[in-house]
Design a protein around this ligand. Structure first.
Ligand code: HEM
Length: 517
């Protein structure tokens, strides 16, 4: 095994260590151990299998790329938290460049770490990761309800005219896109607008694409065979960019108000461009494209939530009981209902666990140490969160879909006469001084706040910026569909989901939507 030399400046002066690389399978010429990943349906399943032989941290050569795989929570924390600054690069896959005008550093998720990335993350956070009880958070809620109600009208029309299963996914995708564009840019599009439909489909294709692994990622000499594929990727992203420019950005640029209050994310971006000559217009356009593209993950997630209901009617029954208790059938579900609907929220978390979206690989930006092993600069690090999501070390019956694993009972003190319709205690406001003698202890069910091994949005420097948008918008869309329709599948066996993947192909199974009485 090769040894890796690590230099660090410490208080006591400069230190130097020579550490061996982690053990792993012997690499074959040219392909390395790429063939070993083909043994399971997902490479992450193969990593879990290989860990049984080589341990929770192992080296593996994929093509010519030196890789490291970490398979347990402590190691994952060591890489992403304790040593985050040494592991903040991203792999140099050709496909990543194709999707971002020839340079993956245009992308927030696929770029290497830099000061520009830090600035972009900070800029995005205010609008795309607002804290609860802020105006932006409330704005997400109202936009999400508006778009969900539009979707329900469309679905009612479809189900009135036909009782066939509905090709639901494209409708979820355009609703999610309108949620994003309405919130970030104050603009929405008609679902029948052919240009809009086309770019929503392209975004969905890209989301699927990013979730796949290809041999060419590790064997770049195969690229001549992928020419057509790469051209397709590049074409999708060009079409998306010209739509965003012509239909969203250019109009706003003409009427940009640099004095009044900032209306939305787009205003924020364009003002930075206006005020800071060091910021490039392309940076702003790519950021917007990246964040608008986040809608695909929401559409796919809602489709997976509905799939879970189609597989197990009991899940749907419990969600509807919460919806009916909160709304009494008199209004739509809103984001403010979420604290009173823990089972519904837990269903979304369970879908995230069950589908186990992979963490984008990291890359060592200098020689570093993990668990006493040396990791050479340039090593691609795979974080096996599939293992975290599916191992019996962390979950009871992990193969079972069970939202209640995310719920807990706790005791709170409430006013004796505060009757909560749902039977769940909401964040109910108190008016006037608190009279302790009129309080009683009540058992409530809520979503567990912190499960250390549940990391769907990762941890550390490069953690997901979109998690608030995902969890809020998917809740509103999913709950409103559930309020109006029973969900079923023609054949449950058709509801195929790839392991370690939160994406479904663009053309996927239809679902029955049966209007509720
Ligand atoms: C189901 C939905 C989603 C899941 C499960 C998810 C999960 C993740 C994960 C695991 C990472 C990688 C973190 C790492 O490398 O350690 C990531 C990165 C990222 N996500 Fe998400 N994400 C979702 C949706 C979104 C949305 C909707 C947006 C934007 C609105 C978004 C924006 C980002 C960005 C910008 C990064 C890159 C951050 C960086 O590399 O500095 N994500 N996400």
């Amino acid at each position: 095994r090769k040894s890796v030399t690590i230099y660090r400046s410490t208080k006591g002066g400069n230190e130097k260590w020579d550490l061996p690389q982690a053990p792993g399978p012997i690499a074959l010429p040219v392909i390395g151990s790429l063939h070993l990943l083909g043994k399971c349906e997902s490479p992450f399943q193969s990593f879990t299998e290989l860990a049984k032989t080589y341990g929770d941290i192992f080296s593996i050569k994929l093509g010519s790329s030196q890789c490291l795989v970490v398979n347990n929570l402590d190691l994952i924390r060591e890489v992403l938290n304790q040593n985050g600054k040494f592991f903040s690069g991203r792999p140099d896959f050709l496909r990543f460049h194709q999707l971002f005008d020839g340079d993956r550093n245009n992308s927030l998720a696929l770029c290497d770490w830099s000061n520009l990335q830090l600035r972009r993350r900070n800029l995005a956070r205010r609008h795309c990761g607002p804290k609860q009880h802020t105006d932006n958070f409330a704005q997400i809620g109202s936009v999400a309800t508006f778009e969900a109600v539009e979707l329900i009208q469309t679905l009612k029309q479809i189900t009135r005219s036909s009782s066939s299963p509905v090709n639901l996914k494209p409708l979820l995708m355009s609703t999610a896109m309108n949620m994003f564009s309405n919130y970030m840019c104050n603009i929405r599009f008609d679902d029948t607008d052919p240009e809009f439909r086309k770019i929503v489909d392209y975004f969905d294709d890209i989301f699927w694409e990013i979730n796949q692994g290809y041999a060419v990622d590790f064997l770049p000499f195969l690229s001549p065979f992928y020419k057509k594929h790469m051209k397709k990727l590049s074409n999708w992203s060009h079409e998306i960019r010209s739509f965003i420019l012509s239909r969203i950005v250019e109009q706003r640029e003409m009427n940009l108000d640099t004095e009044g209050p900032e209306r939305d994310f787009l205003d924020g971006l364009l003002r930075v461009l206006h005020d800071d000559p060091s910021v490039d217009r392309n940076t702003i356009i790519f950021m917007l494209e990246d964040f608008l593209g986040g809608h695909s993950s929401v559409g796919n997630l809602v489709m997976l939530c509905l799939t879970a209901v189609a597989r197990d009617p009991e899940v749907g029954r419990r969600i509807r009981a919460e919806i009916d208790a909160v709304t009494k059938g008199k209004r739509s579900v809103t984001l403010t209902d979420r604290p009173s609907m823990p089972y519904t929220e837990a269903t979304i978390l369970e879908v995230l666990r069950y589908s186990s979206s992979p963490i984008v690989p990291h890359v060592a930006t200098e020689n570093a140490a993990v668990s006493g092993f040396g990791v050479e600069k340039g090593t691609i690090v795979f974080i096996n969160n599939y293992e975290l999501n599916t191992s019996t070390k962390y979950w009871n019956e992990p193969e079972k879909f069970d939202p209640t694993r995310f719920l807990e009972r706790s005791k709170v003190r409430v006013r004796r006469n505060s009757l909560c319709d749902s039977g769940m205690e909401s964040d109910g406001e108190r008016n006037g001084p608190i009279d302790k003698s009129r309080e009683v202890e009540k058992e409530v069910i809520s979503v567990k706040k912190n499960i250390p091994h549940f990391l769907p949005f990762s941890i550390g420097k490069r953690t997901c910026i979109g998690q608030t948008m995902v969890t809020t918008m998917s809740f509103v869309m999913f709950a409103n569909i559930m309020q109006e329709f029973d969900i079923a599948a023609a054949k449950v066996e058709d509801l195929r989901q790839k392991p370690a993947c939160a994406a479904l192909p663009r053309d996927t199974y239809p679902l029955y939507l049966l209007p509720r009485k």
